[in-house]
Design a protein around this ligand. Structure first.
Ligand SMILES: [Zn+2]
Length: 211
C-alpha cells in the first residue's frame, strides 16, 4: 500500500514505473504491478494549508537560524545532573547501609561503591557465588520449606550455615588452609580468587559436605 499526499509525490512514484506516461491512467488504474509487487495507490489529504501544521513547519525551518541565547549562570547540563543524582542516591544508600553493621551482607560488602571483585566464569558459577554472598543456599534454608529442623553440623556441634561452612567447620579445616587460609568471610569474598573458592567447594563435596 502506498499513501500519497501530493501530486508531486505521485509523480515521483510514477516516474519509477517505466511504462507510465500519464498520471491519470495510473490513478484510475489504482493498482500497478512492478517487479512482482502489487502497489495500491491511495490518496490522503496533504497537511499543507493546515494553520497549526504550517506554523510548526515554519518554526522548525527557522530554528537553526536563531541565535543561541547565552546559558544562565545556574544552568546545569543533564549529564552533570545525572552524575550528581547517582552520587547523591548512592550516598543515601551508603548512609543507611552503614547502620546495618550486623547484617551478614554488610560484613562482606560494606562499601557499596566498590563492586564485588569475584568474577565467575559462567552464569551457573555466578549463581553459586551470589548464594554464598547472601548466605541463602539450598542446604542451609530448605528446612524452612520442608518445615524441618535447621541444619546442624554434628562434627562441630554447631548450627550449619554458609559462614560456618566457609570459616569455621572443623571437618574442612585442611581444605580451608589449602585454598584460602582465612576465617574472614570478607577476606574470602574480596581477596580469594573464585578459582580457589570453587576448588574448596568441589573438594568439600568429597567429604559429603555440600552447601
Ligand atoms: Zn562444622
Amino acid at each position: 500500500m502506498v499513501i500519497v499526499y501530493e501530486h508531486v509525490a505521485v509523480s515521483t512514484l510514477l516516474a519509477m514505473i517505466s511504462d507510465q506516461q500519464n498520471l491519470e491512467p495510473a490513478l484510475s488504474m489504482n493498482t500497478r504491478v512492478i517487479l512482482n509487487t502489487i502497489i495500491n495507490f491511495m490518496w490522503a489529504p496533504s497537511h499543507m494549508g493546515i494553520q497549526g501544521n504550517d506554523a510548526a513547519d515554519k518554526a522548525a525551518k527557522d530554528a537553526p537560524k536563531m541565535a543561541v541565547p547565552p546559558l544562565p549562570e545556574q544552568f546545569v547540563f543533564f549529564t552533570d545532573l545525572r552524575r550528581k543524582t547517582l552520587f547523591y542516591s548512592l550516598k543515601l544508600w551508603q548512609d543507611r547501609w552503614s547502620t546495618c553493621k550486623e547484617n551478614k551482607l554488610y560484613k562482606i560488602h560494606p562499601e557499596l561503591s566498590k563492586p564485588f571483585p569475584l568474577l565467575a566464569a559462567s552464569r551457573k558459577d555466578e549463581s553459586v557465588l551470589a548464594r554464598l554472598h547472601t548466605g541463602h543456599t539450598y542446604t542451609t534454608h530448605v528446612h524452612l520449606l520442608k518445615r524441618e529442623k535447621a541444619p546442624w553440623c554434628h562434627a562441630c556441634d554447631n548450627s550449619f550455615s554458609v559462614s560456618h561452612f566457609l570459616t569455621e567447620c572443623a571437618d574442612l579445616y585442611d581444605l580451608r588452609v589449602k585454598y584460602f587460609d582465612t576465617s574472614s568471610l570478607k577476606h574470602i569474598f574480596t581477596k580469594v580468587s573464585s578459582a580457589a573458592l570453587f576448588g574448596f567447594l568441589k573438594e568439600s563435596l568429597t567429604r559429603r559436605v555440600s552447601i
